[in-house]
Design a protein around this ligand. Structure first.
Ligand code: GLN
Length: 454
């Protein structure tokens, strides 16, 4: 399997999915897996690892120039667990810089490319972001599965754009230790896979309590695969009216209706629900995420990691910081640092950051109240459109790009599990995804409901 994947990767340079390959390490790991007759569920399974994960001795740059040459002295908890179970690392995958973006166009390595094409049109499409390399690699069979991370949709949106499955688990299910932090109260890692069963298997391998992450939950990890019975009779599925956005393309509306009908046919009860604070989710997210990012990114100062600018005679430490950060960060990251610093500044803290936190609490309460009313899962589209062209949004107002996250950010703000599954093709033959949102810690149930949509 590892040899087959390595040879596919060789042939697929044009996708720019893998940004750093580790073929020798992969073959060593594969041989060790062959020799291990008691390996875990993932023994010998070749994976791609998003560049946001620290991998010991292997370049880990979060697709940023500021981490140029950074080879961590430590292994993230997620990759430690995956490799302990016998999984093989093929290399590191492309992504948006520091996971900020929805198209993989902010990467220092250049764009990742979606293997899907729009009809006969040869134009290159985005695989989504920020886990664009992961989505592209899984969709193009360069690896059997990949790790992703999701702060506002970065597993689910690329999964939808590339026709694969991706789950963001409940906040606290998977350790964040050793994953480069973007917005710590929103970040969660999860699997990006070919189907729901693979997601269930890989999620179990990634999950579990970790004393090194104080937000990781001390809960037993269920056998998610065993939950895949295909029986959802009696489950109650909520359809939130606030997600029916003005101007929703007809094919997205139809996809949503078809998904609803499939769940109903499988024996679920369908109920209309309301999540009244949904419209405030994007603005709240784009205050909270940059605020946390500006604080997390303060550590990139030219002293501890990666890049340091060349200094002129007479430059002091302030010039060193300024020049290093000016050279090392890309423009989207700088935009987030500026927004974040602004909303946290003394005069504006209450008006922006504190208000966004209050809105976040209301959004969380919306979900708690529908779950208390007996809703088991919520069905929505995963994205407002199919994959768009690379460069298509480049000159647009950055807020246009942020609108991609309209269906996904609520889930991170509320800390809930959410899964995107492929659900059909648009008129040009591009994949579209549906999203299911579940109750906290009930990923097994959520995966089972998603399984009935396959
Ligand atoms: N697109 C969102 C952002 O740019 C989400 C990214 C993510 O989930 N990492 O912040």
């Amino acid at each position: 399997l590892t040899e087959a994947c390595l040879s596919e990767i060789e042939k697929s340079n044009a996708l720019n999915a893998f940004v750093h390959e580790t073929p020798e390490l992969a073959m060593d790991m594969a041989r060790a897996a062959d020799a291990n007759k008691q390996g875990g569920d993932l023994n010998g399974i070749p994976l791609g690892i998003k560049d946001l994960f620290c991998t010991k001795g292997v370049l880990s740059q979060a697709a940023s120039g500021i981490l140029a040459g950074f080879k961590p002295e430590y292994e993230s908890t997620v990759t430690t667990q995956l490799f302990a179970g016998g999984a093989v690392m093929l290399g590191k995958l492309n992504m948006d810089e520091f996971a900020m973006g929805s198209s993989n166009e902010t990467s220092v390595y250049g764009d990742a490319v979606n293997p899907w094409k729009r009809g006969n049109d040869d134009a290159q499409l985005t695989p989504g972001g920020s886990s664009g390399g992961s989505a592209s690699a899984v969709a193009a069979d360069l690896c059997l599965a990949a790790t992703g991370t999701d702060t506002g949709g970065s597993i689910r949106q690329p999964a939808a754009f590339a026709g694969i499955t991706g789950i963001k688990p409940t906040y606290g299910r998977v350790s964040r230790w050793g994953i480069v932090a973007f917005a710590s109260s929103l970040d969660q890692a999860g699997p990006m896979t070919k189907d729901v069963r693979d997601a269930a298997i890989m999620l179990r391998a990634m999950s579990g309590h970790d004393p090194k992450d104080s937000t990781s939950a001390d809960l037993a990890v269920p056998d998610f695969e065993a939950a895949l019975t295909g029986d959802i009779r009696g489950k109650v599925i909520g359809i939130p009216k606030e997600y029916r956005m003005d101007g929703m393309p007809e094919e997205i509306a139809k996809l949503w209706e078809d998904g609803t009908a499939m769940l109903k046919d499988a024996g679920a009860e369908i109920r209309d629900i309301t999540l009244p604070h949904t419209k405030y989710a994007l603005p709240a997210y784009y205050v909270i995420a940059p605020a946390e990012a500006s604080s997390n990114l303060a550590r990139y100062d030219g002293v501890r990691f990666g890049h340091r600018a060349k200094l002129d005679a007479g430059d002091g430490i302030t010039e060193m910081y300024e020049k290093t950060r000016a050279e090392g960060f890309g423009s989207e990251v700088k935009r987030r640092v500026m927004i974040g610093t602004y909303v946290l500044s003394a005069g504006f803290y209450d008006a922006y950051y504190n208000r966004a936190r209050k809105v976040r609490a209301l959004i969380k309460r919306d979900f708690e109240s529908v779950f208390a009313d007996g809703i088991d899962a919520i069905l929505t589209p995963a994205t407002p459109s199919a994959a768009f062209g690379l460069g298509e949004m480049a000159d647009a107002d950055p807020v246009q790009m942020y609108l991609n996250d309209v269906f996904t950010v609520t889930v991170n703000l509320a800390g809930l599990p959410g899964i995107a599954v492929p659900a059909g093709l648009d008129k040009d033959g591009l994949p579209l995804g549906l999203q299911l949102i579940g109750r906290p810690w009930e990923e097994g149930d959520l995966l089972n409901t998603a399984y009935t949509l396959e």
